[in-house]
Write a protein that binds this ligand. Structure first.
Ligand code: PHB
Length: 401
C-alpha cells in the first residue's frame, strides 16, 4: 500500500483532503446559503377547517396567528411570511392528502393547524415521518402529546383530557353525584368524556350514561328526551362551533334548562354566544380562557384583535395568536434560520408565552401547562368565576420523549 511521507495511506489522505476541501467549500458557502435562507420568505402552511361546523374556529385561529405576525412587522425571526392555505374540512379521511399538499407540493417550512382531533392524528403521522415543524393550534387528541409525541410536534392549545378533568371536582363540590355526558362520537368527544369520568370518579361521582351522535350531526332531540327520562343530577357536554350553538338552543327549547344543570368544557359557549340570544345564560364551563381575565396582555390583545378583524376574540383566536408567539420565540433565537431545527426547538421548549390566557410554558411532551378557569355565561360573556385548576399539566401518558 502506497504511503505518503506522513505515513498515511494515500487514498485515505486524498479522501481526507477532499473532505477538508469539501468542508471549506461548505464553510465559505454556508454564510451565503444562510443569507439566502434568511432572505427568502418563510413558508407557513395553514391547515384548518374553512368549511363546515368548525369554520368559525379555523377563521379565528387564522386571524389570531396573523395578528401575532403583524405585530412583528409581518415577519417572524426577521423573515417575511408566505402563506399556503388548505381547507381540511374537518375530514380525517383527507388528512394525509391535505398534509402532503402542504409539505410536498408547497414545501412549507412549518405547519400550523388544526381543529379536529381526527385530522390531527393524520397530521401527526406525517409530521413524525417528515420531521417538519408542526404547531397544533387546537386539536386536543391526547395521543399527539402522548404516544405520538416528537421533538418537532408542539401544541399551543390543550389536550382533550385537560379541558374536562377539572370538571369532576367542580360538579362534586356543587353536590352532584351522578351525571350524563353527551357529545359527538369521535376522538375529541370520547377523550373529553374519559377525562371528565376520571376526575369525577376520583371525587366519588358516577358517570351513569354516555350519549353520542355522529360528528357533525345536530339532531339532538331523541337524546334530550332520553336525558329527561334519566333525570341525572347534571349534564356534561362537548360540542363546539356551529353545532354547539344549536345544542344550547335545543337544550333550552326542550325545557331541560333550569331543570337539569348543563356543564361542559368551554368550547360549548366560546365564540357562540352572540348568535344564540340567552339560551346559554348561567351555563358553567371549564376552559383555559375567559372573557374578563384581569391579564394586561389580554386587554391589549382584545383591543388589537377587535381593531384588526372587527370581531371579538375567543379561545381559538388566542391559540392561533400564541402559535405565532411561540414560533417567533423559536425563530428569533436562530435569526430566522429554520434549517437550524435543533435551535428552534430548544428555544420553543424553554419559551414562556405571555399569553392573553395568562402566562404558560410547555410540558416535556410540548403541551401547555396552564390554568383552567371556571366560567359562567352572563349576557354574551364567559365570565371567569375562579381558577378551577392551577397550572394543570396533561399526564402525557405514553410519551417517551
Ligand atoms: C377536537 O377535535 O380536538 C376539538 C374540536 C373543537 C374544539 C375542541 C377540540 O372546540
Amino acid at each position: 500500500m502506497e504511503k505518503t511521507n506522513h505515513g498515511f495511506d494515500r487514498r485515505e489522505f486524498l479522501k481526507g483532503t477532499s473532505a477538508i476541501a469539501g468542508a471549506s467549500a461548505v464553510g465559505t458557502l454556508a454564510p451565503l446559503g444562510l443569507a439566502r435562507a434568511q432572505g427568502a420568505k418563510l413558508r407557513v402552511g395553514l391547515m384548518l377547517p374553512y368549511t363546515g361546523t368548525y369554520t368559525p374556529l379555523g377563521v379565528a385561529i387564522t386571524n389570531g396567528f396573523k395578528l401575532a405576525v403583524e405585530e412583528r412587522g409581518g415577519k417572524l425571526g426577521g423573515r417575511e411570511i408566505e402563506y399556503f392555505v388548505v381547507d381540511d374540512e374537518s375530514n380525517p379521511g383527507k388528512a394525509p392528502e391535505n398534509t402532503n399538499k402542504l409539505i410536498q407540493r408547497d414545501k412549507v417550512d412549518v405547519l400550523i393547524g388544526t381543529v379536529h382531533s381526527g385530522v390531527a392524528m393524520g397530521m401527526a403521522k406525517i409530521a413524525r415521518e417528515s420531521g417538519v415543524l408542526w404547531l397544533n393550534t387546537n386539536a386536543g387528541a391526547d395521543d399527539v402529546t402522548g404516544p405520538l409525541c416528537a421533538p418537532n410536534i408542539f401544541r399551543t392549545s390543550f389536550s382533550n383530557w385537560q379541558t374536562t378533568y377539572p370538571l369532576g371536582k367542580v360538579l362534586k363540590a356543587k353536590g352532584y353525584n351522578n351525571a350524563v355526558f353527551i357529545t359527538w362520537k369521535y376522538a375529541a368527544g370520547e377523550e373529553m368524556l374519559r377525562g371528565f369520568r376520571e376526575g369525577f370518579e376520583k371525587e366519588g361521582g358516577k358517570l351513569t350514561k354516555e350519549l353520542y351522535l355522529p360528528f357533525p350531526q345536530v339532531e339532538f332531540q331523541a337524546l334530550l328526551t332520553e336525558i329527561a327520562s334519566i333525570k341525572p343530577d347534571a349534564v356534561v357536554s362537548f360540542f363546539a362551533g356551529v353545532g354547539a350553538g344549536k345544542f344550547l338552543k335545543d337544550y333550552a327549547a326542550s325545557g331541560l334548562k333550569g331543570k337539569i344543570p348543563l356543564y361542559g368544557n368551554g368550547f360549548l359557549t366560546d365564540g357562540v354566544l352572540e348568535a344564540i340570544g340567552d339560551a346559554a345564560e348561567g351555563v358553567e364551563t371549564t376552559l383555559h380562557y375567559g372573557d374578563n381575565l384581569n391579564v394586561p396582555k389580554d386587554k391589549a390583545f382584545r383591543l388589537a384583535y377587535a381593531k384588526a378583524w372587527k370581531l371579538q376574540p375567543d379561545v381559538y383566536a388566542v391559540q392561533g395568536y400564541d402559535a405565532g408567539q411561540l414560533l417567533a420565540a423559536g425563530l428569533d433565537a436562530v435569526k430566522g434560520d429554520i434549517s437550524n431545527k435543533a435551535g428552534v426547538i430548544k428555544a420553543m421548549e424553554s419559551a414562556k408565552i405571555d399569553s392573553p390566557r395568562g402566562a404558560w410554558t410547555l410540558s416535556k411532551a410540548h403541551n401547555p401547562v396552564q390554568d383552567i378557569y371556571l366560567r359562567k355565561v352572563v349576557g354574551n360573556q364567559n365570565v371567569v368565576q375562579s381558577v378551577a385548576w392551577k397550572a394543570l399539566a396533561d399526564p402525557a401518558r405514553g410519551c417517551k420523549a
